[in-house]
Design a binder for this molecule. Structure first.
Ligand code: KIV
Ligand code: ZN
Length: 531
């Protein structure tokens, strides 16, 4: 079934393989909860993503559960799980995805000289391992993808040998990762051409391109690979991913659409869902989208200069190569206020890409009214911040702030009186600090002692005006685990305290999540034998 779907589309279509939930989630601090992963997967499925890489099942029980649940919910996307080149990983992966309508096993091994040094495998031994593991995976699943990690730094002759081995062993997709974001467009294209030309059987499989953005060339590299014959692009929403991230889904999809004259390939993506996906991923990952980010940045469709505004008003095409509506961005910024009713709120939120069930709407309406009491005019960005805040500060969180009063001003010391619940039990403390935010954080620390270190504290105003909401982001680190927290409020100090608590809740979630069994970048063969 899966094969048919892909074979049919291979000639005229570029397949979109989204790895937000695997490579994206690997980004330090981008931890997502089980429910959040399911919500993202459902949206990716709905927007027409061909293949969803749902996770790395052997990494932890939490990863396994998430991949398995996503395999159960996806209606049309192929559901892929990642596995290193050993039987144990592949078995665990298959266990998680086998009930999907369209399952795929993705197995990989580092093939460059640097990676061969780490694994201490000779070239021939690695060839044997690739043959054994891909054949093993192919016996379980009729859709197997194989990746030579660090392909762009692997010797060409050896790359041809490993790719040929994987094809002979039954892989139907060969992914060519630029693991460290080292390649450049011309080289990316030449690599795919070289493989298509030299590897026997290359014309019977699909080549995928998987680029990292370390030099800011991930999108260009992916598109160049497509020009040379790759027919699957691996990418993430907002370009989320380790270090500088992965190829951004919205960039390649919109580039193929806007410049179809020179890149005549189709994707199956419903582009009007792009903005919704971008906001969802930014919210749950805690990685805000930079203002000038292509396609989904806050400024991507803003025209500040008079000449541009005039041109756009007369004819949008003067300065716009795509319409905001193409990515699901509503053009109106209708101001709402305390007299706006539930129906108006529902309709506005739906325009912004948030479709709420009745009980969710009731909850958001209460928060909207509270905000409208403090802020006269509520703009789209206020509502987006409110929705993100509702998503990040859930009612079932372990730590919850119920009351906060802060005294600050020119006469120190600044004091915070805080009431917080920890797993439902109430704690009341008072703390002083070097400024109101410091006092709040110390009060939280008194209620919930921890060793996490604050790495980043950032405030920005959601809209203009002195009554604007402030969005606060914090990043914290404990024993190598990094989490981010976010909150928005018209009171910057309240937003700060809640962002801090949000990060701690995520840390608690990380601690509770079963101990990781494996790190995707470590290729440890001792825990599993392929013989
Ligand atoms: O970047 C990379 O090499 C990867 C592989 C696991 C495919 O993400
Ligand atoms: Zn990667």
């Amino acid at each position: 079934m899966t094969q048919t779907k892909i074979e049919k589309s291979a000639q005229d279509r570029v397949l979109i393989f989204d790895t937000t939930l695997r490579d994206g989630e690997q980004s330090p601090g981008a931890t997502m909860s089980h429910a959040e992963k399911l919500e993202i997967a459902a949206l990716l499925d709905e927007m027409g993503v061909d293949i969803i890489e749902a996770g790395f099942p052997i990494a932890s029980d939490g990863d396994f559960e998430a991949v398995s649940a996503i395999a159960g919910l996806a209606k049309s996307s192929v559901i892929c799980g990642l596995a290193r080149a050993n039987f144990k990983d592949i078995d665990r992966c298959w266990e998680a995805i086998k009930h999907a309508h369209h399952p795929r096993i993705h197995t990989f091994i580092g093939t460059s000289p640097l990676h061969r040094d780490i694994t201490k495998l000779s070239q021939d031994d690695m060839i044997a391992r690739i043959h054994d593991t891909v054949s093993y995976a192919r016996n379980l699943c009729d859709n197997v993808q194989w990746s030579p990690m660090d392909a762009t730094r692997t010797e060409h002759d050896y790359l041809c040998r490993v790719v040929e081995t994987a094809i002979k062993a039954g892989a139907s997709t060969i992914n060519i990762p630029d693991t460290v974001g080292y390649t450049a467009p011309a080289e990316s294209a030449a690599l795919i051409s070289m493989l298509l030309e030299r590897v026997p059987g290359a014309d019977s499989i699909i080549f995928a391109t998987h680029c990292h953005n370390d030099l800011g060339m991930a999108t260009a590299n992916a598109l160049a690979a497509v020009g040379a014959g790759a027919r699957q692009i691996e990418c993430t929403i907002n370009g989320l991913g380790e270090r500088a991230g992965n190829t951004a889904l919205e960039e390649v999809v919109m580039a193929l659409r806007v410049r179809n004259d020179i890149m005549p390939y189709q994707t199956g993506i419903d582009t009007t869902k792009i903005m919704k996906a971008s906001r969802l991923v930014a919210t749950v990952s805690g990685f805000p989208v930079q203002f000038n980010k292509a396609i989904v940045g806050k400024n991507a469709f803003l025209h500040e200069s008079g000449i541009h505004q005039d041109g756009v008003l007369k004819n949008a095409e003067t300065f716009e190569i795509m319409r905001p509506a193409d990515i699901g961005l509503t053009e109106t910024n209708l101001v709402m206020g305390k007299h706006s009713g539930r129906a108006a709120l529902r309709s506005k939120l739906s325009d912004l890409g948030f479709d709420l069930a009745d009980n969710q709407l009731n909850d958001v309406f209460v928060r909207f009214k509270a905000l409208a009491d403090r802020k006269k005019e509520i703009y789209d960005d206020d509502l987006i911040a409110l929705m993100q805040d509702s998503a990040t500060n859930a009612q079932n969180d372990t730590l919850q702030i119920t009351h906060l009063r802060v005294v600050c001003g020119t006469e120190g010391p600044q004091t915070a009186d805080l009431t917080m619940t920890v797993d439902g039990s109430v704690h009341q403390v008072s703390a002083t600090g070097d400024g109101p935010v410091d006092a709040c954080f110390k009060a939280v620390q008194m209620v919930f002692p921890h060793t996490a270190r604050l790495q980043l504290y950032q405030v920005h105003a959601v809209t203009e005006g002195t009554d604007a909401q402030a969005t606060v982001s914090v990043r914290m680190e404990e024993d190598g685990k990094i989490v981010t927290g976010q909150s928005a409020d018209t009171d910057t100090v309240v937003a700060s305290a809640r962002a801090y608590v949000n990060a701690l809740n995520k840390l608690i979630f990380r601690r509770l999540r079963s101990a990781p069994n494996a790190d995707v970048k470590s290729v440890n063969y001792r825990d599993a034998s392929t013989s």
